[in-house]
Design a protein around this ligand. Structure first.
Ligand SMILES: [Zn+2]
Ligand SMILES: [Zn+2]
Length: 237
């Protein structure tokens, strides 16, 4: 079991974020929450990599404070999805205001986490350790950005097996799974296919059986990919 494995520093702890429920920030703007009449809203402090600001403001009851900064729910989610402000490919530059891809990758990877840990636990060799990397942006050699997160096995020589969930900005509703570098699955999640809009917002309302079928299908392709990758790496030795 993974419980006796060495715990990598960037696992679930980092992804849970650092929501500070003890502090709140007062401002002078009307709160954007529907039905809230407070006028002590503070602006969401999210600024993306193009220097666009989020234009919303939120009263102490409806804001989310992370590390002493006020955010709307959506952008607090984005920051938590990428593992905190400090962890991005661009230094302090954050995803575009309207970018929902990191949230989608985070949803999928959280929902798949249990089955991926089981699969890698079953596949690991005695000298291999496990770690989960947080969601992050990668710019491909073609110049396009994709959002991805990875579970991996590694030993003293480096990474030995990687399972990656990714969403490419050219097709932001398609979720791709890779085992090491081989693409083993790609599909639009049923709740996005059904709604065609906010992937994170409608996730909770997606038809449960369709959602389970989607994850089961993806997991079974990943399982086959892992089996094949392990066979190949044995025959290489
Ligand atoms: Zn409010
Ligand atoms: Zn915002």
């Amino acid at each position: 079991m993974f419980s006796r494995w060495k715990k990598a520093p960037d696992t679930a702890d980092a992804e849970q974020g650092s929501q500070d429920t003890l502090r709140s920030i007062e401002g002078t703007k009307p709160c954007n929450e529907v039905g809230c009449s407070s006028t002590n809203g503070a602006p969401c402090e999210y600024v993306d990599r193009r220097h666009e600001h989020c234009m919303t403001a939120w009263c102490p009851e409806h804001q989310i404070v992370l590390d002493g900064h006020c955010y709307c729910r959506r952008h607090a989610n984005t920051i938590e999805a990428i593992g905190g402000i400090q962890i991005t490919t661009y230094g302090a530059a954050l995803p575009d205001i309207g970018n929902r891809m990191p949230n989608l990758v985070r949803w999928i990877s959280n929902d798949l986490d249990g089955s991926m840990r089981q699969l890698l636990d079953a596949a690991h060799r005695p000298d291999e350790l496990f770690k989960r990397e947080p969601v992050h942006a990668v710019r491909g050699i073609d110049g396009f950005i994709r959002w991805e997160m990875t579970w991996q096995l590694f030993n003293q020589t480096g990474s030995t097996l990687r399972v990656t969930i990714e969403v490419d900005e050219r097709e932001p509703v398609v979720v791709i799974a890779r085992v090491s570098n081989a693409k083993v699955y790609s599909a639009t999640p049923p709740w996005i296919a059904a709604a065609g809009t906010d992937p994170s917002g409608v996730h909770a309302h997606a038809d449960e059986s369709q959602r389970q079928a989607f994850y089961a299908d993806m997991a079974s392709h990943i399982r086959e990919g892992i089996a094949q990758d392990r066979e190949e790496s044995v025959s290489e030795q």
